[in-house]
Design a protein around this ligand. Structure first.
Ligand SMILES: CC(C)=CCC/C(C)=C/CC/C(C)=C/CC/C(C)=C/COP(=O)(O)OP(=O)(O)O
Ligand SMILES: O=P(O)(O)OC[C@@H](O)CO
Length: 423
């Protein structure tokens, strides 16, 4: 038997074993964790910001998806992964364009999640993917290898290096088969989904079956981006979850309270995905900080800030409480939200008082003073990350915000443009 014959037989045996494992034995070989029930989408674009103590909020989510469909670049994606090093949850990369993928994003993400749209145009199903593979094969793969080796191996292996890089990256990637049901969303525009492309539950189920059996998509993603799908979404989820066995089923769009998150889980979603309500916390925190500055006129104890927030707003209606309530295993989202909002606002009050007195002659003097200060937020952060990271995080955020306030540019670990609040 020739070498190619042996390779062909081996490939057949392996793929038969895979199918038997998944179907006859019901083995869960899906690399996307079955336990994940809540995903937070963090968008790297400039308009979508993070609350100051994002590690606290993100300590309750199962995983973080980094990506977005507008104004995303490799630079703001790398920065977002840098910020998420302080987050306790694993982060994966969902690029909307292959050029957002770099060596750094690859090494910092748990896996690459590639969207394919089941009810859009052919660009969104395979066109962008083909373009992406071409980019990995011809540019990214060879340049990553040349960086690592210190020389370009092109002449030695010809095309094979690029093919290997593309194969390797895709083998490691997970595929998300999207069904987009909100034609007014950015995702729908990207994928050319119109009213005519909306699916009935039965059609959605049939496409999900094609995705599971033919495309082998690790995730089937029912997407209502920006709006809650209600009963229509529940009907689709029920139809899909009754028939797929191996792919995970995720729902995203408009979730902002416990009832709607629980409803889609009850309808059969394995996980809920939330985006907007998380980013809204950043705006809310910045607004509360401005009001607290007028109220306290200087630094204040966390307890005093907590009492003031409880009077100043209806905590149950805050984005912080709404975000936390979409995580169904957080027992008291309102209490937790009040603690986190108070922690963020009092940290900002401490920093803004420091801004008045700090030596702002240069970044190193400023960062030295920040390191000498003890911030109460550090203990809270240390509960969700390890101690060294908590110190580094608090000092990093403090230095970045103070430097920004004094117009000192620099290479911040925590770039202030990603934070909702400025001093
Ligand atoms: C091969 C490599 C390295 C990368 C491939 C990159 C690919 C194929 C990207 C596909 C992009 C695509 C088909 C996008 C369609 C629209 C979509 C599903 C967007 C995802 O939604 P969000 O970006 O989260 O939506 P919002 O911005 O509306 O929240
Ligand atoms: O921003 P929202 O509406 O929560 O949607 C989340 C996600 O499904 C978007 O891709």
């Amino acid at each position: 038997m020739s070498l190619p014959d042996i390779a062909t037989r081996l490939e057949r045996v392996t793929s038969t074993a895979t199918i038997a494992g998944r179907t006859l034995l019901g083995l869960d070989t899906n690399p996307v964790a079955a336990e994940w029930s809540h995903i937070t989408k963090v968008d790297p674009e400039g308009e979508k910001r993070l609350p100051l103590c994002y590690p606290l909020y993100l300590s309750h989510t199962s995983a973080i998806s980094v990506g977005g469909s507008r104004d995303v670049t490799s630079e703001n994606t790398e920065e977002t992964f840098g910020l998420l090093e302080y987050s306790p949850a694993p982060a994966f990369h969902e690029p909307s364009d292959a050029t957002h993928v770099t060596d750094e994003t690859r090494s910092e993400s748990t896996f690459l999640a590639i969207p394919e749209v089941l009810n859009g145009d052919s660009e969104a199903l395979v066109g962008t993917l083909g373009l992406g593979i071409e980019y990995v094969k011809e540019d990214l793969g060879p340049s990553m290898l040349a960086d690592k080796l210190g020389f370009s191996p092109d002449g030695m292996f010809g095309d094979r290096i690029g093919n290997f890089a593309a194969g390797y990256m895709l083998q490691d990637a997970v595929f998300e088969a999207y069904i987009i049901m909100n034609p007014d969303s950015a995702a729908a525009r990207e994928a050319a989904v119109t009213e005519d492309d909306l699916l009935t539950p039965q059609e959605a189920k049939q496409r999900a079956l094609a995705a599971e059996h033919h495309l082998e998509s690790e995730v089937i993603y029912l997407e209502y981006s920006g709006t809650y799908g209600g009963e229509e979404a529940a009907d689709i989820l029920e139809a899909i979850s009754d028939s797929i066995t191996w792919s995970r089923l995720w729902y995203g769009g408009g979730l902002d309270n416990r009832e709607n998150a629980q409803a889609v889980l009850d309808a059969g979603a394995d996980a809920v995905v939330v985006g907007d309500i998380f980013h809204d916390i950043a705006t809310e925190e910045a607004d509360l900080f401005e009001r607290a500055r007028d109220e306290f006129g200087g630094p204040a104890e966390v307890d005093a800030v907590r009492d003031w927030i409880a009077e100043a707003v209806t905590v149950a209606e805050t984005s912080a409480a709404r975000y936390l309530s979409t995580i169904t295993d957080v027992p008291q989202p309102e209490r937790q939200a009040l603690d986190y909002l108070a922690a963020g606002v009092s940290f900002a009050l401490e920093l803004s008082a420091m801004a008045e007195t700090i030596d702002a002659s240069g970044r190193s003097a400023l960062s030295e003073e920040v390191r000498e200060e003890t911030f109460s937020l550090e203990a809270d952060i240390a509960e969700v990350t390890d101690g060294g990271d908590a110190t580094e995080f608090v000092n990093g955020v403090g230095t970045a915000l103070l430097a920004d306030c004094h117009g000192l540019d620099g290479d911040d670990e925590v770039p202030p443009r990603h934070l909702g609040l400025s001093l």
